[in-house]
Design a binder for this molecule. Structure first.
Ligand SMILES: Cc1cc2nc3c(=O)[nH]c(=O)nc-3n(C[C@H](O)[C@H](O)[C@H](O)COP(=O)(O)OP(=O)(O)OC[C@H]3O[C@@H](n4cnc5c(N)ncnc54)[C@H](O)[C@@H]3O)c2cc1C
Length: 374
């Protein structure tokens, strides 16, 4: 007889951790399986740490709804549990005349998504707020900010554990097979291969989430779940730029990302990035030849930047459903009823704003799990 558990969560990134905390609160028997030696070693620790307002995404998309809800939950969580953050505000800048219409569109879009505090800025208003930025106009988002994502991850982990969730590190999920209304889940750890039975499986496997769906025999191509890896690299600016801006400064968005932006960390360090380059493999090395691209892109709105002041920092990889040149794709958060796998919940394509949306995603998944146990 195999051991039976209620809920198996695959992945201990911010989404798996937040979901474990949410579900364990409902007193269910929750296990989190993580292939790495500890939590948060992949995308959740390789990002901009920005609390996004929810401006960019189509109205009624999960990205828009869960970002707006997640932002407010996250600020409350940080306040209540002393997780460091700063509501810096953010300005999207139009470096030339042609980009002004894009700011107006973003203003409209943000409003539709429930981001009600946006303000269009003239060149003079922008200059008053950010004297070192050269641009024709700006869009101010006062509710954007940055947070200490590592402390958030540790907090979610310890709360999930306190509520009874159990974490199994160094353990990779390698098979998911239907066993009546449940699943036989195969795992591999340093002692070999073993299996257990789970009533519900929640796939929070980030860059591997399409492969997990495939393990459960979902035709990933047909379901539209194939992930494309899109690398985002960062360069830091030397300490002489410490106070060069007070807010996050973003260019108008690109097709695959938010554009190379300027962020100021909680420690005051200034960072540029990320860019957006589709890649075939997971490799976190920063390509130094990108330095000039970063420099040219930043120079458009931060003229004081000098090429020699840029140093390669780190990279992350976006798990994107949207391939190169393709149209917007939303998060997939689905109970796989149509695949006759009703208690498999897949979370696929959880790229930005996944960190911001994490508490709202956890609630969303928590409700799905509750329905399965009703
Ligand atoms: C460059 C970049 C910048 C970003 N900036 C922001 C930002 O500023 N603000 C924001 O809101 N969002 C941002 N994001 C998005 C955000 O980082 C992600 O949405 C979020 O971290 C996704 O978390 P996750 O838990 O789904 O994935 P991950 O953190 O990747 O966690 C998935 C986990 O699953 C584990 N796993 C995979 N397969 C298996 C298996 N078979 N068995 C066991 N475990 C497995 C992995 O080891 C991993 O630990 C950014 C992303 C990138 C790449």
């Amino acid at each position: 007889m195999l051991v039976e558990i209620s809920v198996a969560i695959i992945g201990a990134g911010v989404i798996g951790l937040a979901t474990a905390r949410e579900i364990a609160q409902g007193k269910k028997d929750v296990f989190v399986f993580e292939k790495n030696r500890t939590l948060g070693l992949e995308t959740s620790s390789r990002n901009s740490e920005v609390i996004h307002a929810g401006i960019y995404y189509p109205e009624d998309s999960l990205k828009a709804k869960l970002c707006v809800e997640g932002k407010s939950l996250l600020y409350k969580l940080c306040d209540k549990h002393n997780i460091a953050y700063k509501k810096t505000g953010k300005i999207i800048v139009a470096a030339d005349e042609n980009e002004i219409s894009c700011l107006e569109e973003l203003y409209e879009q943000g409003g539709k998504n429930g981001v009600e505090d946006l303000m269009l800025l003239s060149q003079t208003e922008l200059k008053k707020l950010e004297p070192n930025i050269e641009a024709r106009a700006g869009l101010l988002s006062p509710s954007s900010g940055i947070l200490d994502s590592y402390t958030l991850l540790k907090f979610l982990y310890s709360q999930a554990r306190e509520k009874g969730a159990r974490f199994v590190f160094d353990t990779e999920v390698i098979g998911i097979e239907r066993a009546g209304a449940k699943y036989k889940v195969q795992i591999k750890d340093r002692d070999g291969i073993s299996a257990f039975v789970a009533h519900v499986v929640v796939n929070c496997a980030g860059l591997n989430s399409d492969r997990i769906a495939q393990l459960a025999e979902i035709d990933v191509a047909k379901a539209g779940y194939k992930l494309h890896y899109c690398k985002g690299e960062y360069f830091s600016l030397s300490s002489k730029y410490r106070n060069v801006v007070s807010r996050l400064i973003y260019p108008t968005p690109e097709q695959a990302g938010h554009g190379i932006h300027v962020t100021v960390g909680l420690d005051g360090r200034v960072r540029l990035g990320p860019n957006a380059r589709y890649v075939q493999t997971v490799d976190y090395a920063v390509d130094e030849t990108q330095k000039e691209v970063f420099y040219n892109s930043t120079k458009r709105f931060l003229p004081s930047v000098e090429l020699e002041d840029l140093a390669p920092e780190f990279a992350g990889i976006r798990p994107k459903l949207q391939g190169p040149g393709e149209a917007f794709r939303d998060f997939v958060i689905a109970r796989e009823e149509k695949e006759s796998l009703p208690s498999l919940i897949n979370l696929i394509g959880i790229e930005s704003p996944g960190l911001t949306a994490s508490p709202a995603i956890a609630r969303y998944v928590g409700k799905m799990v509750d329905e399965l146990f009703d």
